[in-house]
Write a protein that binds this ligand. Structure first.
Ligand SMILES: C[S@@+](CC[C@H](N)C(=O)[O-])C[C@H]1O[C@@H](n2cnc3c(N)ncnc32)[C@H](O)[C@@H]1O
Length: 347
């Protein structure tokens, strides 16, 4: 890696020039500029094009691989991995008696892609989905596709040479893309093993625009089939099917969340839209009724508790006055405390 090599700026006419604006340094997060050998983060070429191909940027070379990365690379990055993976896919679709092309087209219809969109495919494998998405985005759209395995990216790139498609060899846990860049972010089939599910989902969310769409799925049998012979046989064959859809790992700003099960109900598929933050809520709407108060006072105004007898008397007294227990408590405690001196923080 010639980190200090001389920089030769790349012509803006390069077919991929406008696609490089999507990238950022996955470690320092600085923007990158295209140069002849790759992408530069200041004065040196930090990330080279794979085999000199300007359609593939290699972000893996400088970063050390974690144990999970090593395991994935062992599975997907050796000489025979692409053939082994093809065999696995043939077995999978035969087992569930589903046509792979039909399945992928049906899956991708959930992305609701329209002309001009920017789409990211994470863990793209052999690139079948990339080719289909490329047909849907029109001339002004962009498809970026990444995978940690050079072998997979090479195989995918071999069949896709469109000027609006750009690949990267990179880690899904540290995506080399700018925040809020994509309209749609898609992944299928590998996230359970990326090593840190929460971090992987957080990265899918980070690079997606607010109001965009994140769609991802992997092995995990639907809950209503658990404990059946059907599930037991399949889980025995592939323990990954025992995993559950990671609904608790979704970010707190996930809106319009859907969960479906596909392929014999053995794969979960989660869809969500990144929102501005937590859902909107008004904690101060008063409750009508004997207890009164609001969601805020009931949660934040909890006291030490009184005897059962005192609580009963309080309810009777509140009803006799035609007010809620909350309002009577406010009055009684407020009156008692009216003259009290505030305590110093130490007491
Ligand atoms: C089961 S394959 C799925 C491929 C493709 N999405 C498909 O539907 O056929 C999982 C893919 O995830 C990739 N992968 C594994 N760990 C990764 C990581 N940390 N970052 C990016 N890709 C990863 C593997 O190299 C492999 O290509």
């Amino acid at each position: 890696m010639p980190r200090n090599s001389q920089i030769h700026t790349m012509s803006a006419n390069s077919p991929h020039a406008s696609l490089y604006e999507a990238f950022r340094d996955p470690v320092t997060h600085v923007d990158l500029q295209p140069v002849r050998e790759g992408l530069a983060n200041g004065s040196s070429t930090a990330f080279e094009f794979m085999d000199g191909d300007p359609g593939v940027v290699d972000f893996m070379a400088p970063s050390p691989a974690s144990a999970a990365d090593e395991a994935n690379l062992k599975m997907y990055n050796d000489e025979s991995s692409t053939e082994k993976y093809r065999n696995f896919l043939r077995w999978l679709f035969k087992t569930f008696e589903v046509d792979e092309d039909w399945f992928r087209a049906d899956l991708l219809s959930r992305l609701a892609i329209t002309d001009g969109m920017k789409v990211l495919v994470v863990g793209c494998g052999l690139g079948e989905d990339v080719a289909l998405i490329q047909n849907d985005i029109g001339a002004t759209g962009q498809v970026h596709a990444q995978d940690i395995s050079k072998s997979m990216v090479k195989a995918a790139r071999a069949s896709i040479h469109a000027p609006n498609v750009c690949f990267s060899v990179s880690n899904a846990l540290k995506l080399p893309y700018k925040s809020r860049y994509f309209d749609v972010v898609f992944h299928f089939g590998g996230i359970n093993l990326f090593g840190d599910l929460k971090q992987a989902i957080s990265e899918l969310e980070r690079v997606c625009k607010i109001g965009g769409r994140v769609v991802f799925g992997d092995e995990g049998i639907a809950p209503h089939l658990r404990g059946t012979e059907y599930a037991d046989v399949l889980i025995h064959n592939n323990p990954l099917w025992a995993l559950e859809a990671p609904m608790r790992e979704l970010p707190s700003n996930a809106d319009a969340v859907t969960l479906e099960y596909l392929l014999g109900n053995c794969f979960y598929l989660i869809t969500f839209t990144p929102g501005e933050g937590f859902p909107k809520v008004n904690l101060d709407v008063p409750h009508v009724g004997a207890r009164g108060g609001s969601a805020r006072t009931r949660y934040y105004g909890r006291l030490e508790g009184v005897s059962v007898e005192t609580k009963r008397k309080l309810l009777d007294a509140a009803q006799a006055r035609g007010i809620s227990m909350h309002d009577l408590l406010e009055q009684v405690i407020g009156a008692q405390l009216a003259d009290a001196q505030p305590r110093s923080p130490q007491t």
